[in-house]
Write a protein that binds this ligand. Structure first.
Ligand SMILES: [Zn+2]
Length: 66
């Protein structure tokens, strides 16, 4: 369970990829997209996703980002 790949492109996922997918798509997701594919799905840039991750981490009140 500690190694997951993007369901779109097969890239290895980092904890942040999984956390932001859970935050933005589905809290209980069992399959995940990498940041690039997630950005594509949401029609935003990867920068936007990274900024969101940073925001949630700094806010400190989201249990998905530690
Ligand atoms: Zn991907």
């Amino acid at each position: 369970m500690n190694f997951r790949t993007c369901k779109e492109c097969g890239k290895e996922l980092l904890a942040d990829d999984i956390a932001i997918h859970r935050k933005l798509i589905d809290r209980n997701a069992g399959e995940f997209f990498c940041m690039d594919c997630l950005a594509g799905k949401l029609c935003v840039t990867r920068d936007k996703i990274e900024a969101l991750i940073e925001y949630y981490r700094k806010s400190g009140n989201c249990t998905l980002f530690v």
